[in-house]
Every structure is written in C-alpha cells, then in structure tokens.
Design a protein around this ligand. Structure first.
Ligand code: ZN
Length: 277
C-alpha cells in the first residue's frame, strides 16, 4: 500500500476563535500552524485566509502571499490553496477565486459541482470548473478535486476525459457536509468505486465523522485530511488545542494500522508532481 498523505486543513472559512480559540486567523498564525503540522507529519497543508482582525473569510491576495512566503521560508510542506471562494460575491468572481493559482502552490482545491451547504448555495457552475481546470493546468498547479456527492465525480471524469486534468487525477472525497453525501462506510466505498482508473484519493469527514472516515481511508489505501476546517474537537467534548494535535492523532492511528506516513517528497511522487527545487 502507498504511504499515507496527511493533509492538514488549517482554518477553512467557517470556524471562529469563539468556537475554538486555537483557530488561526492571521498569516503568522496560519503559517505557524502549517509548520507545526509539517513537523507532526502532514505532507500537505490546505489553506484559506482570514481577515486578521475579525476572522472573516478573505480572498485578499496579499494575505495568501504572506502565508505562502512564511511557510516556504520554514519548511518543504506541499501547499494547497483554496479556490472555493464561498464568500466572494459581486464582480470578477472567477478571477478572484483563481487568484491563488498565480502564487504557484503545488496544489489548489478545485470544486466542480454545486451543492447546498445547509443554509447557503455553494455555486460551481459548469463553466467555472472548466475555466479553473484550464487555469491550473496552464500554471502547472495540480488540482485537488473536491467532491461532495457522487455526481461531482461524474462531472470530474468528463473534465479528465477531455484532457483538462493531468494524470493522476487527485480527489478529495468530502464526506458528511450538510447537504452533501452522508459520511457512512457504505457511501465512502461507493464513492471510491466511482473514481476513474489511476485516481489518487483522500477523504475527509466533517465533525464527529472525521475519525471513522480517516480510519477507513487509511485501511482502504486512500489518503486523509484532518484539521480545524473540518472539525474542532479531538474527541467528544474536548476541543483540539491545535491543528497539529489532529495530525499527531492521525499519525498515531496510521502507525496502529501499520500504514507508513508520506514525507512531502514522497507525497510529490504519489501525486505526480515534479521533485522540489
Ligand atoms: Zn478548504
């Protein structure tokens, strides 16, 4: 079985310090969490940025630039910048969502299907998916295809078949987001079976689904994502003190299940990325 790629999703756009005081907001805080996660065993960090004062979700390129520079200075962890742009409204939504691609991270998330996130629409119309895939391909940035339901995989296959995503395609199976596909073992196996041949996949589970989903991911030969974007609690009633605490938990779990953890260099090879530097 391949070594396990652990992704740490450091802050997302929803969790606040009121929910868990350890949620990072400023570029310095986000970068410090990234470095700690890399030391704990994460090969990839998935990054959103926040208004440093209010914690509101932001798409300010200067904030992304600062986070990337701080992380690059400290370690070789692979950087995955979001293009979800959930909060972006008004003019030039596509260009503003794609701004992080210009920073040439190793990866950018690519959301291709629309879904209701409980109380709001996460709109990813067909032309967005195609435009974003092309932009990432041209920039040499690998898309991490985030899928929240089975139809999203079907849509990704259409882009892959048209040559808009370079092999191997890399999927993040997002399980248990309200109202995406529920996080059950049966559903995860079903999602896995829909993936195109040669796909590399990772799984995340939201909230209390995090532990069962990553456990199954480790056993099934997938990769896993943990962190505050998906979950604030280390166990029932116990807030996680840091993102690194989740990574440490995941590394321990992988060792218990006798799966080795990938370094950033090994993750590059698994994802078909060029060696660093
Ligand atoms: Zn994200």
């Amino acid at each position: 079985m391949d070594k396990l790629i652990i992704t740490a999703a450091l802050t997302g756009s929803r969790p606040t310090k009121a929910m868990n005081p350890a949620v990072p907001y400023s570029p310095a805080e986000i970068a410090a969490e990234a470095v700690a996660c890399a030391r704990a065993g994460a090969a990839v960090v998935h990054i959103h940025v926040r208004d440093p004062l209010t914690g509101a979700p932001s798409s300010d390129p200067a904030l992304f630039t600062e986070v990337v520079a701080r992380i690059r200075e400290a370690c070789d962890v692979l950087i995955n910048l979001t293009t979800s742009g959930l909060h972006i409204e008004g003019e030039d939504v596509v260009a503003r969502r794609l701004a992080p691609v210009a920073l040439r991270p190793e990866l950018c998330s690519l959301d291709i299907g629309s879904v209701n996130f409980r109380d709001r629409l996460f709109a990813n119309p067909p032309d967005w998916g195609e435009t974003a895939a092309r932009a990432m391909q041209e920039a040499g940035v690998k898309p991490e295809i985030e899928v929240f339901d089975v139809g999203h995989i079907h849509q990704a296959r259409h882009l892959i078949e048209r040559g808009l995503i370079d092999p191997p395609p890399y999927f993040q199976l997002c399980m248990g987001v309200d109202w995406g596909i529920p996080a059950t073992a049966e559903n995860l196996l079903f999602m896995q079976r829909q993936l195109p041949p040669g796909a590399v996949w990772s799984v995340l589970g939201v909230g209390r689904a995090q532990l069962p989903m990553i456990t199954l991911g480790i056993l099934l030969g997938g990769h896993i994502r943990v962190g505050f974007e998906d979950n604030l609690y280390l166990r029932k009633g116990v807030l996680a003190p840091s993102n690194a605490a989740f990574v440490e938990m995941a590394v321990h779990l992988a060792h218990q299940l006798q799966r080795e953890v990938a370094t950033p260099a090994e993750a590059r090879a698994l994802l078909g990325l060029r060696p660093a530097g």
